[in-house]
Design a protein around this ligand. Structure first.
Ligand code: HEM
Ligand code: HEM
Length: 190
């Protein structure tokens, strides 16, 4: 297939259209999600917090749906995706996947266990219940914020490593695999 043809599936040279869609749309939505969390932490009781924080749960729900689909798609493409540059890169991506799933999952678990209703777009996803909260569901809730901030730290590290690989002459410019139609430059270190 030529470098300029649309390619739905991944190949060893580059990520395909669907993987790129998941990657960049989730990057943008996660940026919004962290803006809501920062507003909650730093701008309590302001109009900005009122607006941003009001979207946190529903955007979190959207993110967990996207990460499940993305994970399934990456499993489907296993064996013919671009190879990781190193074991660290592989583990880093695995950690990003794990936290993108675990952080919203804990949020939803705590939401259910609290007994409070959660009805995104009016859909009765969690109608709520009487009689107090369910302890084992709400207890891991404290981890939600900590792991959420850890995810942000890993994302900053991930972006920094993309820059490092671009700058190091002997490394492969991995951005070419995830952006545009260019074929990546031949790897000096693989
Ligand atoms: C990938 C998705 C998500 C990310 C990255 C994320 C991240 C965060 C972060 C960093 C905080 C800490 C904010 C602070 O320190 O004030 C937080 C708080 C919170 N999140 Fe999420 N969240 C996600 C999804 C969800 C979901 C799906 C729910 C529930 C349906 C949820 C409910 C909450 C609640 C209630 C708090 C406030 C906790 C408190 O004040 O103790 N989050 N989230
Ligand atoms: C919320 C932010 C982000 C997250 C959670 C994230 C996560 C990931 C993950 C899990 C992968 C592995 C491929 C996959 O399975 O999709 C990946 C690959 C990649 N990401 Fe990100 N990413 C984020 C933002 C960015 C940004 C802003 C850039 C650009 C500076 C970037 C550049 C890349 C590149 C170039 C690859 C391919 C790496 C390779 O082939 O080894 N990412 N990203």
């Amino acid at each position: 297939m030529s470098a300029n043809q649309t390619q739905l599936h991944d190949s060893p040279a580059r990520y395909g259209t669907l993987s790129r869609f998941f990657h960049w749309s989730m990057a943008a939505i996660l940026a919004w999600q962290f803006a809501t969390a920062l507003a909650h932490l730093q701008l309590e009781d302001t109009a900005i917090e009122g607006f941003l924080w009001g979207t946190h749960k529903v955007v979190g729900l959207l993110l967990i749906i996207l990460i499940v689909l993305r994970g399934l798609w990456s499993l489907h493409n296993r064996g013919h995706r671009p190879a990781s540059l190193s074991l660290m890169a592989k583990l880093g991506h695995l950690a990003l996947y794990t936290l993108m799933l675990v952080v919203p999952a804990i949020g939803l678990l705590r939401q259910y266990g609290s007994g409070r209703a959660f009805e995104p777009f009016g859909l009765p996803l969690m109608p709520g219940f009487e009689g107090g909260s369910i302890g084992w569901m709400t207890a891991p809730g404290v981890l939600h914020s900590w792991l959420g901030w850890l995810l942000l730290v890993l994302i900053v590290g991930h972006i920094a490593m993309v820059y490092v690989h671009r700058r190091r002459p002997r490394d492969e410019d991995v951005l070419a695999r995830m952006l545009g139609n260019r074929q990546p430059s031949s790897a000096g270190s693989r």
